[in-house]
Ligand binder design. Structure first.
Ligand code: SF4
Length: 456
């Protein structure tokens, strides 16, 4: 796997795209700010949401069992999957049982995480993603780059060209309304012919056994209403104890995600329609391990609003694909190393630790502190690259010896003032690739202090 830094370096080669990506996400962040400021009790809502999640995570086993019992009472079939492979096998077996081959799917980061599309396609099934952004990247054969706006890295000109090739729209057409209409017409047939609809789950209510799916396009509703079989896939952390808690989260979710007061559709599914069947697959896939890590337990509070991505200066200027994980950005850099620390040991370093992610998080996850914690663990477990490890050892020696420190400062001041520029800004100086060193002062602070203040 390529390091985040390597992929980010490739992304920023296209300066115009980088600037446009940065500005688009900042625009969404600004909308979020306006929406949040419109609610005087915003901070209380965040605190309440965080406490509800805290409580739920502490009693997760009880609430999951209560949810299962209630869902079964409603006539829903509930399945449990320990990992991605089991999740995929279960979904496949449900589809086989119902002779379903054509599937419409609404946006679900969990099924992305499990690689469900690829798995079902290998079993000769047709899976059509029906969220517009998801359909675009499915046609482009790319993974999503953002959890709420999966095709945010693409310009309308690129979507126009893609639709021209795949959906035979007019060459050069870039009008979003025209392109969206073309996607609607194309998806309509898939909805009408689908044997099954698969959705993700935003919230699952233990008290009622129902699941809640939030979308802006109504595609999850269209799929589940038309297809005889509906399957809802959810991570174990999606549980809320009671229906009365839902309003806290729906108010936070849409405002944090896109600055809307609520998602256009907030649909509750409690039982199958007449003549239909409803299944819920509850997935662990590493979540209980994360729950058992006191420093990272809070990351399971995430409601996948994407606000931490929209505000992150690194995400905005490196693009979602540079993270090489299903959930990119600050929260992804906490969750993904939990799955494979060695492979993803670079991700917690893809942050300035400015804390903006923690400030906007609607459920008050201490994101930047958890990133810092991962860095410490990565260093302790020996996963740092050799160059970084050695430079840290050297820095430790210099900083703990005043004599060495003074000598290093003097040499650095001399080098930056007198050495020819190509000797300083060369390929070995990766820090200086895109940055200028500050102008070196003639003397250190200590020297200045001795001359000017020590007598007084
Ligand atoms: S960590 Fe917080 S801000 Fe980021 S996606 Fe999750 S809920 Fe939203």
């Amino acid at each position: 796997m390529k390091e985040h830094a390597t992929k980010a370096a490739a992304f920023i080669q296209d300066e115009a795209r980088t600037n446009w990506h940065d500005e688009s996400l900042w625009f969404v962040r600004s909308k979020r700010d306006k929406a949040a400021h419109g609610i005087p009790e915003w901070e209380q809502l965040r605190e309440l949401a965080s406490q509800i999640k805290d409580h739920t995570l502490s009693h997760l086993d009880e609430y999951l069992e209560a949810f299962e019992a209630k869902a079964k009472e409603n006539g829903v079939t509930v399945h449990w999957a320990a990992d991605a492979a089991e999740h995929n096998r279960i979904v496949h077996s449900i589809l086989q049982e119902h002779n379903a081959r054509r599937i419409v799917k609404s946006k679900s980061m969990l099924t992305e995480e499990c690689g469900l599309n690829e798995y079902l396609e290998e079993q000769d099934m047709e899976v059509i993603d029906t969220d517009l952004g998801e359909r675009i990247i499915q046609l482009k054969e790319e993974p999503p780059s953002h959890i709420v706006m999966p095709a945010i890295h693409l310009k309308k000109e690129e979507v126009g060209e893609l639709f021209h090739q795949k959906l035979q729209t007019k060459k050069g057409a870039t009008d979003p309304q025209y392109l969206t209409e073309a996607a609607r017409q194309h998806l309509r047939q898939s909805f009408l012919q689908a044997d099954a609809a698969i959705t993700g789950v935003n919230f699952a209510i233990a008290e009622t056994g129902g699941v809640v799916v939030c979308t802006n396009e109504g595609n999850a509703d269209m799929g589940t209403h038309l297809a005889p079989l509906q399957i809802h896939c959810m991570g174990i952390e999606k549980i809320l104890p009671k229906a009365e808690h839902l309003g806290v989260f729906t108010r936070l979710l849409a405002r944090s995600a896109t600055g809307q007061p609520s998602t256009i559709f907030t649909s509750h599914h409690h039982k199958a329609k007449e003549g239909g069947a409803m299944h819920i697959v509850i997935v662990d896939n590493g979540r209980t391990t994360q729950l058992g890590r006191p420093d990272f337990r809070n990351s399971l509070k995430c409601i996948r609003c994407g606000a931490c991505m929209n505000t992150c200066p690194i995400y905005r200027r490196s693009g979602g694909h540079s993270y090489d994980s299903t959930v990119p950005g600050p929260i992804g850099s906490i969750l993904t190393p939990g799955i494979d620390l060695k492979k993803y040991s670079g991700l917690p370093f893809a942050s300035t630790l400015c804390g903006s992610c923690s400030d906007v998080c609607p459920v008050k996850i201490d994101i930047h502190e958890q990133l810092y914690k991962w860095r410490q663990i990565i260093a302790e477990e020996g996963h740092l690259p050799t160059a970084k490890k050695q430079s840290m050892v050297m820095a430790g020696k210099v900083l703990s010896r005043p004599g060495w420190y003074k000598m290093a400062g003097k040499s650095a001041r001399w080098v930056t003032r007198w050495l020819p520029r190509p000797l300083i800004y060369n390929p070995l100086n990766t820090w200086g690739k895109a940055r200028e060193l500050p102008e070196a002062p003639k003397e250190s602070f200590q020297e200045w202090y001795r001359k000017n203040r020590s007598a007084s």
